[in-house]
Design a protein around this ligand. Structure first.
Ligand SMILES: Cc1cc2nc3c(=O)[nH]c(=O)nc-3n(C[C@H](O)[C@H](O)[C@H](O)COP(=O)(O)OP(=O)(O)OC[C@H]3O[C@@H](n4cnc5c(N)ncnc54)[C@H](O)[C@@H]3O)c2cc1C
Length: 349
């Protein structure tokens, strides 16, 4: 038999947890699900990675985020912080329970989940998707992309010590991986389809370092190239202007070319998606979609971000808007735009 609830929150990343805290403090009957552990997206980021945002910009529910050395928070510090939020507010999250489908049934929603014990059903008056925009790695559909030495995720540099590593990509993830792996003793080469790295997306403290590593030939750079074939021994790179092919020997390949949003649940209930990003169409005052009772918050509101516009930093107001629209009351804590109001008006970098 289906379990009934007023609100179903799908996704327990920072914004899903901030929403759940608001519902808990506001006495709203809700159920909360995540396909993985809480903070799943942050958990697959590289070990010891530091956020570009200052801690106060990614703190949630009005709870300060302190870091050990007053630096920007690392992945590990932020995951510990998210766990402490769950404990502090005593949030119940159905982790490792994926919502597989959502159907509209009259004025209600029928959600079907899957977890280790099988399928479960829930009926909710309202659904809030906070499922993020980084649900799967973008694939290049290359021969050899699924070989065991090829990955779309950079975990940590030790694996590549004294190995030939080819990194494909030119945005922050690729640049950060190249610098860390070179420092850790890997023989690093980078292939990018552009001429110069995307300085808009690369953390400002990394840009001069990668330039210096390339200039001093400690990282080999293949600008204006795209990979065409990966074999266990090498990667074929095609020069985009001349069409000329070069074979680059590689023991490991990291394809750090971005991530995509999974729109399945939105499509199932009939949410209108638009533009290159396939972003859900929302009333920006409430974050409600064209389907009454169905809301989207967090970075999922932006769709697959070609140019990043929504981060944790500027998604906090979604929490207040959704809470207010569903309950008709004010959010129990201050969920304001930390980047564009008051003391956050000045940009950091
Ligand atoms: C390397 C890197 C560095 C970043 N640095 C910053 C930064 O400095 N500042 C900043 O503001 N942002 C930063 N971001 C962006 C930001 O961290 C993420 O986009 C952020 O996690 C978004 O929060 P969210 O709560 O909207 O979604 P997410 O954190 O992505 O959470 C979505 C959750 O939904 C769950 N989920 C998805 N589908 C289902 C389903 N069907 N059923 C159940 N659960 C589901 C997922 O498991 C996940 O836990 C960075 C991102 C990356 C990759």
């Amino acid at each position: 038999m289906a379990t009934r609830t007023q609100v179903a929150v799908v996704g327990a990343g920072p914004i899903g947890l901030e929403l759940a805290s608001a519902f808990k403090l506001g006495g709203v009957k809700y159920l909360h699900f995540d396909a993985g552990q809480i903070g799943h997206t942050v958990s697959w980021m590289p070990r010891q990675m530091r956020f570009f945002s200052s801690p106060d910009r990614i703190s949630i529910c009005g709870v300060p985020l302190q870091t050990v050395e007053q630096e920007k928070a690392s992945r590990e510090e932020y995951l510990a912080y998210l766990r402490s939020i769950v404990e502090q507010f005593d949030l119940t999250v159905h982790t490792h329970e994926k919502i597989m489908s959502i159907q509209k049934s009259g004025s209600k929603f029928l959600l079907t989940s899957e977890k280790a014990t099988g399928q479960h059903q829930y009926v909710a008056d309202y659904v809030v998707l906070a499922t993020g925009d980084l649900n799967r790695a973008r694939e290049l559909n290359l021969p050899g992309e699924d070989l065991p030495h090829v990955s779309h995720y950079f975990d940590e540099p030790h694996r590549y010590f004294r190995k030939r590593l080819l990194i494909v990509g030119g945005r922050n993830s690729a640049v950060e991986a190249a610098i860390r792996c070179q420092r850790a003793g890997a023989d690093v080469a980078v292939s990018y389809r552009g001429d110069e790295f995307d300085t808009q997306s690369v953390k400002y403290w990394l840009a001069p370092e990668i330039e210096m590593l390339i200039k001093t030939e400690r990282v080999t750079y293949y600008p204006l190239t795209i990979p065409t074939v990966i074999t266990p021994q090498h990667v074929s790179l095609r020069q985009v202007q001349t069409g000329q092919c070069t074979q680059v020997p590689a023991d490991f390949v990291l394809l750090l070319v971005g991530y995509e949003m999974d729109t399945t649940l939105m499509e199932q209930v009939g949410v209108a998606l638009a533009g290159e990003n396939q972003a859900p169409q929302l009333d920006l005052q409430t974050m409600q979609t064209n389907v009454p009772g169905f809301y989207v918050g967090g970075t999922a509101a932006a769709g697959t971000q070609i140019r990043f516009q929504l981060f944790i930093e500027n998604c906090h107001p979604h929490v207040g808007k959704i809470f207010e629209s569903i309950t008709g009351r004010q959010c129990p804590f201050d969920a304001t735009d930390k980047t564009h109001s008051g003391r956050y008006a000045l940009p950091e970098s």
